[in-house]
Design a protein around this ligand. Structure first.
Ligand SMILES: NC(=O)c1ccc[n+]([C@@H]2O[C@H](COP(=O)([O-])OP(=O)(O)OC[C@H]3O[C@@H](n4cnc5c(N)ncnc54)[C@H](OP(=O)(O)O)[C@@H]3O)[C@@H](O)[C@H]2O)c1
Length: 342
């Protein structure tokens, strides 16, 4: 488990650590893996790593794939490509706008009506170039989508996943929340309120806010896993690594875009290789990875800060603030009930 890997955390934050990760030999899922009869949901799956993960599930024979996207038109176009490649496949396109708590709640209601759910990948995320707030919440957009809304969706899905656990199944349902190894190299102010820091435009930097959103999400996933037994729902955080050819840097200005393209040329993984990290997290990893950061097809440490006294304070305060933000749906109670209800 990541919580036991403190001694490796400093290395992961170094350049050599990054290169070591990027040049790790990919470990595809075992050749005999099949997910026939299973149902998977992937958010942000009209493009990029999420789309490729969908393709890989279909290759393994998934019986129902739900592409959760914010644009019906883009989702339909992506689903059309997959249906053409996998004739007879059962691919649905459902909308979820991660900027909107209402949209997330409506999406969760649809999920609750599914007869079964075996794996969910919360992959949708973005890096906003300019400081922008979401009018309905007042929060900065990157932090809203990547952290707060992802946390809400995870919390609302957990009891549903638990209720859909199939007696006698080899694995319980899996909830994978996508992280980033940028969290290893991201620092942040830990004194005072945490979330409020991001609601001010001073000091904004797109990479900084993005890295911090994923750092906070890593803390969140580690804590969330404490509320659910790994026999009921497996929770983990896959990191795809630096991937070329996705839409992630589409808004970068020309020069910065060219620099990213050059770095990708040197170090980037192909998107299909990146997607195998999602498959590894959702169909290979078991209880040993519960609550863990899974990168390069192995369980890796959390960012170094997580282990120290400063990290413990951050952990507690972040959790408290996150619950305050999300208690309009009864987040704390949902999680407490998970611990007690069988
Ligand atoms: N690319 C990398 O090098 C890298 C490295 C580490 C981690 N990651 C993580 O991997 C995941 C996938 O990244 P990617 O490179 O595949 O990026 P991508 O190609 O840009 O895909 C991101 C997906 O998220 C969706 N999305 C963004 N904002 C949304 C919102 N408000 N509501 C609903 N969906 C929204 C996008 O939808 P639209 O197409 O409609 O915008 C798109 O489908 C992300 O979590 C990212 O943080 C990526």
């Amino acid at each position: 488990m990541s919580s036991e890997l403190e001694s490796q955390a400093a290395f992961e934050a170094t350049l050599i650590g990054f290169l070591y990760r990027q040049y790790t030999q990919p470990r595809p899922v075992p050749a005999d893996t099949r997910v026939t009869d299973q149902v998977a949901i992937v958010t942000g799956s009209n493009i990029g790593i999420g789309f490729e993960a969908c393709r890989q599930y279909l290759r393994l024979g998934i019986s129902h794939l739900i592409m959760a996207v914010r644009s019906q038109a883009k989702g339909d176009e992506a689903a059309h490509k997959l249906r053409k490649e996998f004739p007879g496949s059962n691919v649905s396109v459902w909308t979820v706008e991660m900027e909107s708590y209402d949209s997330i709640r409506a999406f969760v209601d649809r999920c609750a009506a599914l007869p079964r759910i075996d794996m969910v990948i919360l992959n949708a995320a973005l890096m906003r170039m300019a400081y922008t707030t979401v009018p309905a919440t007042g929060h900065e957009l990157t932090m809203q989508v990547n952290y707060l809304s992802t946390a809400l969706l995870a919390i609302l899905l957990l009891p549903i996943l638990k209720s859909k656990k199939i007696d006698g199944a080899k694995r319980p349902p899996v909830l994978s929340i996508v992280g980033s190894d940028l969290a290893y190299r991201t620092e942040m102010e830990t004194k005072g309120p945490i979330l409020q820091q991001f609601d001010k435009s001073e000091g904004f930097g797109e990479l900084l806010w993005y890295g911090r959103s994923k750092l906070l999400l890593t803390f969140f996933v580690a804590k969330l896993a404490e509320f659910v037994d790994a026999d009921d729902v497996l929770i983990n955080m896959p990191n795809p690594g630096t991937i070329k050819g996705t839409g992630f840097f589409r808004d970068f200005p020309t020069l910065a875009g060219k620099l990213v393209a050059f770095l990708h040329f040197l170090f980037g993984r192909r998107v299909d290789v990146g997607a195998t990290t999602y498959l590894d997290a959702t169909v290979v990893r078991g209880k040993e990875g519960h609550g863990s950061f899974i990168s390069d097809w192995a369980i890796k440490p959390y960012p170094l800060i997580w282990y120290g006294a400063e990290g413990k304070v951050l952990n507690e305060r972040l959790w408290e603030e996150t619950m305050q933000e999300l208690n309009f749906v009864g987040a704390s109670k949902i999680l407490e009930d998970l611990k007690t209800r069988h």
